[in-house]
Design a protein around this ligand. Sequence first.
Ligand SMILES: NCc1[nH]cc(CCC(=O)O)c1CC(=O)O
Length: 313
Amino acid sequence: MSESVIRLATRASRLALWQTEHVASLLNQAGLATEIVPMQTVGDQVLDRSLAKIGAKGVFTEELEESLRRGDTHLAVHSAKDVQSTIPPDLELLAFLEREQVNDVVISFQEDFDISRTGIVLGTSSTRRKALLRRFYPLASTAEARGNLQTRVRKLEEGQYDALVLAYAGVHRMGYDHLIRHVLPTDRFVPPVGQGSIAVESSRFLDNDLKVKIKQALDHADTHRCLLAERAFLRTMEGGCSIPSFALATLTQAGDIRLHGGLISLSGEEYIDITQTAPAAQAEGLGMAVAEYVLGHGGTAILASIREHRGEQ
Ligand SMILES: NCc1[nH]cc(CCC(=O)O)c1CC(=O)O
């Protein structure tokens, strides 16, 4: 095998492979040869519990990071949403790919599906989606839906739920657009940090010239700036994927960053959010400021009650 082939660590799900093939094709266009190395993560193996209950950080990333450390692979390709807010010191996030539409969507095989109807069952395992649904669609109930997208869509087709609530990015990439019945608005269903972008991670010790080439081929500067703000928000919230926090950064026409972030209680009753704007160079400070506002205006109490609730289970 030639030394110059870039080995890409990825989960083995079809969505992860699609995303990694996308990364590979951008690298190939830049003249870099690639090889895809699929692997299983804890998140792929433990399917009988919600992610909140598995609890461990990095359920979809740790095995990929271990492979970077061993030098078995050069890059790990993740859904940005699945990447922990703090990266271990021997690793770094090299690039964020241009973001796909960020919305959550509702998919169903029922052509006349209406989310406002009484008594419908929505499949989701996300604490954020469950809480937002309780707040905005209190007539619906939710049921656990773990597993990769194909598994969830099969369960939907079998009638285990009336509909699934999912990220548009995954639905679109897997070719399920024809099942979309509602596109949930981002001002209410604010997405989780990173949704819709692909993150590329490497060892800090990867050759510097190669890092520069990889960044040039993959990184989308505007997305990267937005993700810096969102990830600083998440770090300050000390949330991780099991906390129903949300944050969406966008660029204004003037080139500033606008960050809408918040937190919702599990019952959906309490909802704290704020939008702030700052110059793009202060992306991380903006993320911290929005999180500090949320924590200081009831967020700390919500987090404490979520932890207490977890302790009881
Ligand atoms: N948590 C699983 C996961 N990780 C990334 C995506 C979709 C792609 C993305 O959000 O970037 C999904 C599925 C979903 O939330 O519906």
